[in-house]
Design a binder for this molecule. Sequence first.
Ligand code: FMN
Length: 503
Amino acid sequence: MENITTALTYHDRTKHRLQRYAASLGYMDWDTQPDPFRTYEGSKKIALAHTNLTPPYHLLFDQGALPAAPLCLESVSQLLRYSLGLAAWKSVGDSSWALRCNASSGNLQPSECYLLLPPIGGISTQTSLCHYAPKEHALEVLCEYDSPLPNTQIVLLLSSVLWREAWKYGERSWRYCQLDAGHAAAAVRISAATLGWESCLVRFDTGSAAVALGLNDPSRFAPMENESVDLALLISPEPIGDAPFHLPFPPSPPSYPANILSPSHHEWPILPIIDEATQGMYPQTAPLSLSRTLPDPSKSAGEIILKRRSAQMMDGSGISEMHFRRILDASLFLPETADVHFILFVHRVEGLKKGLYCYVRATEELENIRTATDPDFLWKDFGKGLYLLKEGEYQGAAQKVSCNQEIAREGAFSFGMLCRFASVLEERGAIGYKNLYHQCGMVGQLLYLEATSLGLSATGIGCFLDDEVHTLLGLKNQYYQSLYHFTVGRAIVDTRLTTLPPY
Ligand SMILES: Cc1cc2nc3c(=O)[nH]c(=O)nc-3n(C[C@H](O)[C@H](O)[C@H](O)COP(=O)(O)O)c2cc1C
């Protein structure tokens, strides 16, 4: 109960409000900018291959259409290359920065990836614990040991360097780390699908995982640069059943020291408190009742994954209802996201009236959302979970609630991800709060890719005025909260930037 109170207090305290944004430095302290790339000094490095033979994107959603690739060094290379690998380098003047396949708030890239791999030729003759180094597209082998991990399964764990986000975003940064972890998880699962592999979230104890991976060992990390375990994925070329699964951790944690990311740090005492409160048994959630339909034939998955970029400006043009529907539908691909619903500001979708809509992604939640929101809403049924709440012009409102960002106004539509909230925390404990952000991030990554496949663009919006959104909906309690915002439209590309290949 105490942890739930901590989560609720953190959530309230880190809301952006019109009069006062959540606490942060308010400026960029460039002298302490964290290194976005983690490495482990002394570990064995294994260069991964650069495969570029990925199947057409639409086939990822056609269950059974793709034969499962064998689990070998090349397939592990492909899995990582098209999920957490670099997508491009950008440069302007003297500065250059890497962009990755997974979107990340402020491109600060807090997520780190660890893999428990069975014996694989070219990596190890034993089970190994490896860290993925995206800059080099290489594995760093941290431990080799004997374990009963079936030789057809990979466990991939994601953790966050909270400091990387805290450096810019202060107290609200924990939320962004969780959203980023969700984006990274979906990126991995989409990449696994390019290999015809299955994946699912694992129920596991995050605290024990942190100890087993040595992620909170003060002798390995500079103060404030340790990592917090977010989630774990089980990935396999073979069907994944329901049998309970134990993570095959090394008998003793690795000892290689991590590189130092910043020369000094600014402390945000609330961050270790919320981090500690949200550790525990990662929850398993009920699956979505709706499922996605097969998209039209499309380009190669790899091309779409590498091309995905966040729009920094939108051109204010409209899109077809078919594309709008396709994007909503794409959000259904990962079934463990049933607690997320959309409150949509529809600005310019041919065939749909401008206005405020609700997309109910788990039909059993309809009556609850209806009861919790403004009793004057129309709830006019447009089919497949879409309801018109109120006709009208919402461009100004969308921009206002999105911290005045024009992308929310100039997209064809923008929306907030409204999550079942207080009841989730009651059912699953404080770690349920963390999982809700993971659900939102996973949905976000799916939508970015679908928009790219349609020749459109999107941008995740972490900066929004929480309670302004809730007031707009007539929400009066904690039963639902909007945890992430998003916009979709046509991007205006910034031609001042030079794009260079990722590797
Ligand atoms: C959780 C999250 C929140 C974000 N919030 C914003 C935002 O409020 N405004 C914005 O312009 N971009 C936002 N972005 C987009 C990031 O800045 C973008 O992903 C990052 O710069 C990397 O660029 P890329 O997506 O093109 O790879 C957000 C992205 C994520 C994943």
